[in-house]
Ligand binder design. Structure first.
Ligand SMILES: Nc1ncnc2c1ncn2[C@@H]1O[C@H](COP(=O)(O)OP(=O)(O)O)[C@@H](O)[C@H]1O
Ligand SMILES: [Mg+2]
Length: 295
């Protein structure tokens, strides 16, 4: 029977003392895969930093919930390289992960014609960069993010009325965007694709005045039957990915700009949460796609 590794980390593995409160996503995601497979392959959850010889015994490694890779990107990429060298099918593959691990890929998507949020890319952002961004975008509020990041960690939002303190600095290559107000009105739309085909969509909304839609900050999710134009906008982003084959899984996150167009906020190809609860057909669809790769 084929053996699938669900790569995880101490923040997500069951029983781990440092398990994060939102690690229930890990359980739901692995549960969807196991149910979808119906016993046709064996799934094991395992730390991506486990001894290599333990990992090379698997036929396929799904980048399930290795959430701490953003703090150790090079080590993570090296590990995926080792797995591919040992002929483990890595999903998504190293080449896709390497491209997607730095949000600079959004610049490339914009150059290829995708609708994106206007962005400045300072290597080390300080207060002067934030003030320059207010002027550049003609806005009173911006969001500063790490280029390599997830879960809104290390992210800040500043207004002209509440600017960064003089000693504020972001310690990593950064990106600055105008604050998009639709995030708090409409929310963020997510489209989940398997082998390039839409599985399901959902709407993620923030609560309590927050602008971050992640469950960690109280965000909620609702299944969405997307309007044809919205679906087409997500499919257009998929079509612009610079890979010969569509990735096994992808989550396209979008937010509406003031002109009404949906802009891609992230094209998540590494370890996105794929919201199986909002897509009952997702587990079987993913399982079928994995079994095709294993055949
Ligand atoms: N330009 C923006 N305007 C408004 N909200 C934003 C903007 N960029 C990010 N956010 C909010 O912050 C969250 C996290 O940002 P995101 O770009 O998705 O990075 P990541 O999920 O990788 O940390 C988004 O889901 C959204 O709620
Ligand atoms: Mg995000």
């Amino acid at each position: 029977m084929p053996k699938i590794a669900f790569l995880a980390c101490p923040a997500t593995l069951p029983g781990s003392p440092t398990r994060r409160p939102d690690a229930f996503e890990h359980d739901l995601q692995i549960g969807a895969l196991r149910d979808g497979l119906g016993g046709l392959a064996e799934v094991t959850e395992i730390d991506w930093r486990a001894p290599l010889e333990e990992l090379t015994g698997f036929d396929l490694a799904w980048l399930g919930t290795p959430w701490d890779y953003t703090e150790a990107k090079d080590e993570f990429l090296a590990r995926l390289g080792e797995l591919e060298a040992a002929r483990v099918i890595v999903c998504n593959p190293l080449a896709v992960v390497r491209w997607n691990a730095d949000k600079l890929y959004l610049k490339e998507l914009a150059q290829r014609g995708a609708v994106t949020i206007p962005t400045l890319w300072p290597e080390r952002a300080g207060p002067a960069d934030v003030f320059a961004a207010f002027d550049h975008f003609g806005t009173d509020r911006v969001v500063v993010k790490r280029r390599v990041g997830a879960g809104a960690i290390g992210q800040d939002s500043f207004t002209r009325a509440a600017p960064p303190p003089a000693d504020w600095r972001i310690d990593q290559p950064a990106m600055i965007q105008p604050f998009i107000p639709a995030i708090q009105r409409e929310g963020e739309l997510s489209f989940i694709f398997v082998d390039g085909a839409l599985s399901h969509a959902l709407l993620k909304q923030a609560t309590g005045g927050d602008y971050r839609i992640q469950s960690l900050y109280g965000g909620t999710e609702t299944p969405l039957d997307p309007a044809p134009a919205n679906r087409a906008a997500a499919e257009a982003v998929m079509a612009l990915l610079p890979f010969a084959q569509p990735p096994l899984y992808a989550r396209i996150d979008m937010v509406r700009l003031d002109d009404g167009q949906l802009a891609v906020i992230e094209a998540e190809l590494i370890e996105p949460y794929l919201y199986p609860e909002q897509g009952p057909g997702f587990g079987p669809m993913l399982a079928e796609a994995m079994l095709r790769r294993l055949a």
